[in-house]
Design a protein. Structure first.
Length: 175
């Protein structure tokens, strides 16, 4: 393998590598993303917290679990707590690491750590972010049966959200 070029910014590193195969050269662009986290957060009523908001990369509204990038000086658990608070306005105490997932290991190196937290509590007042996408987001409370139905119908499309829900369900952590 030889590296042809590299571009880096705050959110990702894009590298173009050449991989040699027995019958020639295969060109491959690999996106090196920062580590991320996703949170399966349950209320006392066993409702899962989802966020519905416009995502510019796919030019549509997406329903997904709270989560995001792990900052350089932050642990995965610290990031999960921060993301739940920032994105949904909820806090929780006992965050359990239930596993990891990759969105597309052929092209992308983003490792996502999945956490589960029960009995989350709504913050009294959520700081308002004036960003248009933030103002237009909607918090949804869904039971697991509804979530599985939305996945089957293709209405939940985020792979890390689907992986997190199915992992938690298969481990018997949500019913």
């Amino acid at each position: 393998m030889s590296k042809e070029w590299e571009i880096e910014d705050t959110y990702l590193v894009l590298k173009h590598n050449l991989y040699k195969k027995p019958k020639g050269i295969q060109y491959s662009v690999i996106t090196f993303c920062p580590r991320g986290t996703v949170v399966v957060a349950l209320t006392k009523k066993e409702e899962l917290i989802f966020i519905e908001q416009f995502r510019p990369a796919v030019n549509k509204k997406i329903i997904n679990l709270p989560g995001g990038r792990i900052d350089k000086r932050e642990s995965a658990e610290e990031a999960a707590k921060r993301e739940l608070k920032e994105e949904a306005g909820f806090i929780g105490d006992d965050f359990k690491n239930i596993g990891n997932a990759f969105s597309n290991p052929t092209r992308v190196t983003d490792k996502c750590t999945i956490f589960l937290v029960r009995d989350v509590k709504k913050l009294k007042k959520k700081k308002i972010n004036n960003d248009l996408a933030e103002r237009k987001k909607k918090i949804k409370f869904l039971k697991i049966g509804s979530v599985l139905k939305l996945i089957k119908q293709g209405k939940i499309k985020c792979m890390t959200t689907i992986a997190a829900i199915l992992l938690a369900k298969e481990k018997g952590l949500i019913k």
